[in-house]
Structures are given as structure tokens and as C-alpha cells.
Design a protein around this ligand. Structure first.
Ligand code: GLN
Length: 251
């Protein structure tokens, strides 16, 4: 079996170790004999290359980089990504990238960046005078991530640092409920968003290194969709990963 992982703008969108999510996905596949090809999605990437991706990963970025990225996405790639996700392809987007996949992101300077509208949500940065949402994040996920033979914990952990505050519409569910930290906006207890098989989260970390259950859920879901059958993933020795997870929960 094999998977093609699309990586959105590696040079522009990888804050707080987000590139580690690619490393974790790749290693957890390789340890199980699953081949992985990483397809960096940059300004020059062809539409055909994007169409072949089974999983798409996006990281965080500051407003300046986000502006460059959304201009390119809106030119031609955004429509293809939308099609992929509507066909149930899998995605994980951290902080700055999901802000661009909502209806709009209002930057710290008050500029409205029109998003791709994949997630029914909007994000507003209220400017430098409003404190950023910074710190460790712990949140509770739903049972939908429980797959009988895969590792599972009801929590996710990560580190958040964002000025933008995200507000969900009715067309998405939140990814998790905040236990500790700010999550989407520090007001309504929601953290991240889910649309079909795409996860948006504010958790950096890198996220997947401390949340192996979500890494395996992404791999399992992508393979099941690609090969149109229920796949079995061999268990991996995750003691260190769970220690990191538990430590982050205790902070
Ligand atoms: N520029 C965005 C914000 O501050 C995203 C930051 C990030 O990706 N860490 O809200």
C-alpha cells in the first residue's frame, strides 16, 4: 500500500515545528511497510500532482506569508483542494492554514483575506491591542476517532499561539472541546473544526508527535478510502509519545 501526502507551502507555512507532522506521518507509515511520497505543494505545483494526494497537511504562518499563500490558492489550487475534500480525502491543518480554508481571515492590520470556504467558519484578528492566545492546549475529542484496533485517548494536546479568533458556522463541527487553553476564540469552548475527513486545529507541537491516535486515524482513514476496504494498522510502541501526551495534559 502507499500514500501520497501533499504538504502545503513548506517554505511559507511551518511554524512551531509543524513540519514534524510530515515526519511523524511518514515514519508511522514506513514502520508498517506503507510507502509514502511527500508532494510539496508550492507556487509551481501542477493541478495533476495535487489531484493525486491522499492526505493534505498544512501548517501555521504569520499574516504576511498567509497573504502570499491565499493569493496562490485562490488562483487555481483552491478549487482542486475543495474537490479532494468533498471526495473524502483526508486533511490536517494547523493554525494559519485553516484560517485560509474558512470564508475569510481578517488580519491584524484589518485586511480581509478571502478564504476558500471549505470550512464554514471565519477568523478575525482584532489587532495588536488584543492579547494573543498563547499557551498549552488540552481538549477533549469525540468517539468518532475511536477505531477498535488503533490507539485512542479522549484528549488532544498542543501549543497554541494565534492572534486570529475563529468562529464556527453551522456547516462544521468543532474538532474538540477545550479543557485548558483558548482553542478557537477563548470564548465558546470550541477547538478546531471538522469537515468530512479534514481536521483544523490550533494545536502546534508538532501536533502528531504527541497525538499518535490522530496520526493513525489519518493514515487509517486515508488508506481505507484509497483502497475501498477496512485496513488493519499494526500497533506501534508508543510509550514515549503517550508520556509526552500525559505530561502536556498535566501542565
Ligand atoms: N497569523 C495567524 C494568527 O496570528 C496564525 C499564526 C500561526 O499560524 N501560529 O492568528
Amino acid at each position: 500500500m502507499n500514500l501520497i501526502v501533499g504538504w502545503l507551502y513548506p517554505d511559507l507555512m511551518s511554524t512551531y515545528g509543524d513540519r514534524g507532522n510530515i515526519v511523524v506521518l511518514k515514519k508511522r507509515c514506513e514502520w508498517r511497510g506503507i510507502d509514502v511520497k511527500i508532494c510539496s505543494i508550492t507556487f509551481d505545483t501542477s493541478e495533476q500532482d495535487i489531484q493525486q494526494c491522499d492526505i493534505v497537511i498544512g501548517g501555521g504562518a504569520q499574516d504576511r506569508q498567509q497573504k502570499l499563500v491565499i493569493e496562490d490558492l485562490r488562483r487555481r489550487k483552491g478549487g482542486i483542494l475543495k474537490e479532494l475534500f468533498n471526495e473524502n480525502k483526508v486533511g490536517l491543518f494547523v493554525c494559519g492554514s485553516p484560517q485560509l480554508l474558512g470564508h475569510y481571515y481578517m488580519t491584524g492590520d484589518g485586511e480581509k483575506l478571502q478564504g476558500l470556504g471549505i470550512f464554514d467558519m471565519v477568523t478575525k484578528h482584532f489587532g495588536k491591542d488584543k492579547p494573543r492566545c498563547i499557551g498549552n492546549l488540552v481538549a477533549e475529542i469525540s468517539d468518532r476517532f475511536k477505531v477498535s484496533h488503533l490507539p485512542f485517548r479522549p484528549t488532544i494536546v498542543g501549543f497554541e499561539n494565534h492572534g486570529g479568533r475563529t468562529y464556527l458556522g453551522n456547516g462544521v463541527s468543532s474538532f474538540a472541546r477545550v479543557i485548558k487553553g483558548f482553542g478557537n476564540n477563548g470564548e465558546d469552548g470550541t477547538e478546531g473544526a471538522m469537515y468530512k475527513h479534514c481536521i483544523a486545529t490550533y494545536a502546534h507541537g508538532p501536533f502528531l508527535s504527541k497525538n499518535p491516535h490522530i496520526a493513525d486515524w489519518l493514515i487509517y482513514t486515508a488508506l481505507s478510502i484509497k483502497y475501498k476496504k477496512t485496513v488493519h494498522l499494526d500497533p506501534l510502541p508508543d510509550d514515549l509519545e503517550w508520556k509526552a501526551h500525559e505530561y502536556a495534559c498535566s501542565l
